[in-house]
Design a protein around this ligand. Structure first.
Ligand SMILES: Cc1cc2nc3c(=O)[nH]c(=O)nc-3n(C[C@H](O)[C@H](O)[C@H](O)COP(=O)(O)OP(=O)(O)OC[C@H]3O[C@@H](n4cnc5c(N)ncnc54)[C@H](O)[C@@H]3O)c2cc1C
Length: 414
């Protein structure tokens, strides 16, 4: 016997939307409550690795007509000379991992998910900030006082989740990693017309320049229409425009601090940051090691996505982990009644927690490996970067680890 549940999802980010699609495909009655009045993603490029791509395809989320770029893999470069240290190709992801590896604009991806949710009959309710919860009900209570009853609550309210600490019974703010990132979009055409920059757009590698306390990542999206750049650095070295209080996102009105920070980096990095112009976003980066309680003690509510496993973006896997969460949640809720719901939700945690935690921790290791100053440790890193072995400090420099991350099928369990 299976019950069709009334599900309320808090948050229409990538995690909340994917959960809504998965659960709706199984016939559950799904409503998403989103605080924003307009739907969409701020930000820039992102990667959709094969472990999430294969789930999207299976669920009928069609990315055929979305502009995208297929990734060659990761290329590591010296920060000062621009010399290529190593190429870590993805090979043929469809054959090796069962899905494509895409580089996309997150707004495009979000729009596809939103359209799919709507097509399936998910109710997406904007202007609906959840103010408090009745987890025994369970119910979500809006700022207006309106109480929305459900059978299951899925809380996907992001890195600054308010629900996370209620689940734990104690405060659990995300950890400030000390790093910040600047996300920049450059017209591909501007780079194609520069002989020095052309290859960065025409050869779809994820290029990573790593230097002391900072790294710069760039890759083409929308088939080369845009070159996406993420400059990451320890906050202590980037203080022209400061975050106020708990602020985690800031609109930057000038690229001066970037130009200065990377002035002694190789000419291509200089050019890229000088093309940043103005009005791009600077983000504070948070993570957590692990969250204990993914399921509320009532047995009727779960956390999903960044709300439960915020991570540094260095594994390019936060949204992919949310996608896997959605797939596991969908599957454990098949053949379940209200009586067996709590057990099913615990199974979701058991499956997801170790993997998400490993990815979180791997992001932290990359923070150290990427930001080494020149010296003995950096020379050792660069030596190992060229070897496809366990000692390679770059997660995907090792075939076995790549297989673990990208070859995973979140629906393949009993
Ligand atoms: C620089 C950078 C690069 C990244 N690159 C990649 C990448 O290449 N690949 C990848 O897989 N991941 C990447 N990530 C991570 C990815 O962006 C996140 O993991 C993912 O977007 C998290 O989705 P989410 O739905 O869990 O949370 P969010 O996207 O934060 O969504 C939460 C939603 O909940 C809403 N909300 C919050 N509180 C309430 C409330 N009380 N009531 C109602 N609504 C509420 C918010 O408005 C928001 O819409 C990157 C992250 C960064 C910072």
């Amino acid at each position: 016997m299976t019950d069709n549940f009334k599900v309320i999802i808090v948050g229409a980010g990538i995690g909340g939307l994917l959960a809504s699609i998965g659960l709706r495909l199984d016939g559950h009655d799904v409503t998403i409550l989103e605080q924003a009045s307009e739907f969409g993603e701020v930000g820039a490029g992102m990667r959709i690795p094969p472990n999430s791509f294969k789930l999207l395809r299976r669920w009928g989320i069609d990315l055929t007509y979305m502009k995208k770029t297929y990734s060659n893999g990761n290329r590591f470069l010296r920060w000062d000379s621009g010399e290529t240290l190593a190429d870590m190709p993805h090979g043929v992801p469809e054959l090796d991992f069962g899905g494509s590896y895409l580089m996309v604009h997150r707004a495009d991806y979000h729009a596809v998910l939103l359209a799919k949710a709507a097509e399936l009959g998910v109710v997406v309710q904007g202007n609906s900030r959840v103010d408090s919860y009745d987890f025994e009900g369970p119910a979500a209570i809006l700022e207006s006082g309106e109480k929305l009853q459900a059978d299951v609550l899925v809380v996907a309210d992001g890195v600054q989740s308010k629900a996370r600490e209620i689940f734990q019974g104690h405060p659990l703010p995300p950890t400030d990693t000390g790093d910040i990132s600047y996300r920049i979009l450059i017209p591909g055409q501007d780079m194609l017309s520069d002989p020095e920059l052309r290859d960065l757009v025409s050869q779809p590698w994820v290029s990573s320049w790593c230097g002391a306390g900072a790294h710069v990542i760039g890759y083409p999206i929308r088939g080369g229409e845009i070159y996406n750049v993420v400059c990451c650095a320890s906050e202590a070295t980037m203080n022209d425009q400061k975050f106020a209080g708990g602020e985690s996102r800031l609109l930057i009105s000038s690229n001066e601090e970037l130009v200065r920070r990377f002035s002694d980096w190789e000419p291509r990095v200089n050019k890229i940051v000088s093309m940043a112009g103005k009005d791009f976003l600077k983000w504070r980066l948070f993570d957590l090691d692990m969250v204990d309680n993914w399921v509320h003690p009532s047995g009727k509510a779960v956390l999903l996505g960044d709300a439960v496993h915020p991570m540094l973006p260095y594994m390019a896997s936060g949204a992919a982990m949310a996608c896997e969460d959605a797939a596991v949640l969908r599957k454990v809720l098949q053949n379940v009644t209200k009586d067996t719901l709590a057990t099913a939700l615990q199974k979701y945690r058991q499956i997801r927690q170790p993997r998400a935690s490993k990815v979180q921790k791997s992001g932290r290791k990359l923070q150290d490996a990427y930001h080494l100053p020149d010296g003995e440790a950096q020379r050792e890193r660069d030596y190992w970067i060229k070897h496809d072995e366990d000692e390679n400090p770059i997660f995907w420099g090792n075939k076995e680890r790549r297989g673990w991350l990208f070859g995973y099928d979140a629906e393949d369990f009993q």
